[in-house]
Design a protein around this ligand. Sequence first.
Ligand code: DC
Length: 253
Amino acid sequence: MAHSLNHPIRTIAIDGPAGAGKSTIGLGLARHLGFLYFDTGVMYRAVTLAALQRGIAPDDENAVSQLAENVLIEVLPPSVDDGRQYTVRLDGQDVTWAIRRPDVDAAVSVVSAFPRVRQAMVAQQRRVARDGNVVMVGRDIGTVVMPDADLKIYLDASVEARAWRRYRELESRGAPSRYADVLTSMKQRDELDTSRATSPLRPAKDAFVIDCTHMDAGETLAHAIALVEAQNAIRTGTQAQSAVATGAPENEL
Ligand code: DC
């Protein structure tokens, strides 16, 4: 795809299924570039937690949508040095870790499928995107939130590899569960995220697909950085097109 713009990349969209490593790669890229890292999944998680806290059934579309339209969600720089990448506040309350609870995991796909919930979240995400210098991570960033993003990455991996990584992560956080259970819930989330009517998970037409099934986080980040650098060289006309840079979108790297 020919880029006629000559400014370096300012907006990066990273989409992909649960557990593909989007946050690790997104945060790594943001740090490398000095950009803001914005993980949009936390917003859907915060709405889900708000519903659970208020005793609203996650499948009560009207009540959950109304809540999403009225609740205050803030994503701020880390306020505590406890390994967090950011602080998430829900109506002023620190919910950074609470939004990772298994009951939130179980209900968030239902909540994030409601069109009014998505509309409320996307409006806030677009405000963040407008300022540029951002790496935004989610499911619909390249397709809906930032369709004009300067670079779109779709990070994929086999469901078994993603479940294994999630299993190890839970173990290291002192919350072990059975691999078979993690795999089953990963498959359920894939099904819900890809089959919903509003903004289903899919790669944007002009996304670069990176399949990291057989790559560790360091290799995947190196790939992503190489892609950014190659695209920047093309955009600013500082270098002949390289193999990575010219890889047709939707081809796996
Ligand atoms: O990335 P995550 O696991 O924290 O996302 C939580 C849920 O939110 C997941 O089920 C998909 C949904 N989500 C979404 O629908 N759109 C986004 N932009 C980000 C997340």
